[in-house]
Write a protein that binds this ligand. Structure first.
Ligand SMILES: *Cc1c(COP(=O)(O)O)cnc(C)c1O
Length: 377
């Protein structure tokens, strides 16, 4: 398929082969982002958060690449994600399940050497029972809620947990952790509040090292790093801090193919419900991606795509499988059947698309569908 694609000066593609679109993932940029974050947190270690198929980019390729660049700690959300990735990496790679275990997964988890994050006393008891039944120690990470009310042992259960820790449980706690709710907002006072709470937890459980920072937390500074940082979005090129220049390298590029072009007179309705009506003679192109491919319907009449650096606004509603764009700004005949337009790339970042769609980069990235052809550089 590669031989059917021509490459332009920016390294992007201008013409499609047979695919409706190309999701191009720059694994070297991913590795450089990892190394940059690892250097930032040194002497602490940097893990990689590869949940949700590495934010939609392909967890097997991402994990293998990061392993080759020294990463040994991989966080997923669900046990099934760890189960799939575990055999792909050497035994010294560790997999942590952020949501902890659903009842019934304990034996498989123990057998595969996957480490659950224990979020509640109930999960602790289940993991302790599994250890007892197997007659051996089982590893775990302990998560504390420091102010997000999402996952982790709440403050009022800390003393009960301390008692459980004193008894012989068969659980080997590797480290304790918590998660920041506002790390991407530098000036949020929630960061300092959570840090103070994390320090209280660390003082109450001084026998364990701490893991705290996500991407944004790394940028907040040393106090947030603990011994193991857990970046996700920044690895994949997303901005770790809102409203600041993004220090990370872009990893993802998305080009989508044109499937039809037309010229319409003034007063022509475009798309479902005719929500756009042309003001003058307009050249339009329809491209082969829609909300089923992860380009949200909220981009209707708002977002844009690019070609040769020229902005081509989205006109009318985003459909399930297609979007119509106004290509009047381009020379006539420039775009034809099979031409590619840039959705994500040098002229439009993830954050740009997210802003137009009224969401965050995470949701755009994890939503990019599976109908694009993936290419790894
Ligand atoms: C998703 C997640 C991360 C990674 O967060 P980013 O903001 O993508 O860096 C880290 N820790 C926990 C507990 C998470 O759920």
């Amino acid at each position: 398929m590669d031989c059917l694609i021509t490459t332009n000066r920016q390294g992007g593609t201008t013409r499609a082969g047979g695919a409706p679109g190309y999701l191009t993932l720059d694994l070297s940029a991913l590795a450089r982002n990892y190394e940059r974050l690892a250097a930032e947190v040194a002497p602490a270690r940097a893990a990689a958060v590869v949940k949700a198929d590495a934010y939609g980019l392909g967890a097997d390729r991402v994990a293998a690449k990061l392993y080759a660049h020294g990463c040994r700690h991989f966080f997923v959300a669900q046990f099934a994600e760890a189960l799939r990735l575990r055999p792909l990496l050497s035994a010294d790679a560790m997999f942590f399940v952020l949501n902890g275990l659903q009842p019934g997964n304990e034996d498989a988890c123990a057998r595969e050497g996957i480490v659950p994050v224990i979020n509640s006393l109930e999960q602790w008891q289940q993991w302790a029972s599994a250890a007892q039944a197997l007659g051996r120690k089982l590893p775990a990470v302990l998560q504390f809620d420091t102010g997000m009310s999402r996952l982790g042992v709440p403050p009022e259960e800390r003393s009960a947990l301390a008692s459980l820790l004193e008894a012989e449980s068969g659980i080997d706690v590797l480290f304790i952790m918590s998660h920041l709710a506002s790390a991407d907002e530098e000036t949020s006072e929630q960061n300092g509040d959570q840090l103070a709470e994390m320090n209280r937890v660390a003082a109450a459980f001084p026998q364990f090292p701490v893991s705290f920072a996500n991407s944004g937390g790394i940028i907040l500074g040393k106090a947030y790093h603990g011994v193991l940082a857990r970046p996700g979005i920044a690895l994949y090129g997303g901005a770790p801090t809102a409203g600041r220049p993004n220090p990370m390298e872009p990893v993802v590029r998305l080009d989508v193919a044109v499937v039809q072009t037309r010229t319409v007179p003034a007063g022509t309705r475009v798309g479902y419900s005719g929500s756009h009506v042309t003001a003058e003679t307009t050249r339009l192109a329809t491209i082969a991606a829609g909300y089923a491919d992860g380009l949200p319907r909220s981009l209707s009449n708002r977002g844009a795509v690019y070609h040769d650096g020229i902005r081509l606004p989205i006109v009318g509603r985003v459909s399930m499988d297609s979007i119509t764009i106004d290509i009047s700004a381009l020379p006539e005949g420039r775009l034809k059947l099979g031409s590619l337009v840039e959705v994500l790339g040098p002229h439009q970042t993830l954050e740009d698309v997210a802003r137009h769609a009224g969401t965050i980069s995470y949701e755009i990235l994890t939503g990019l569908g599976h109908r694009f052809e993936r290419r790894y550089r």
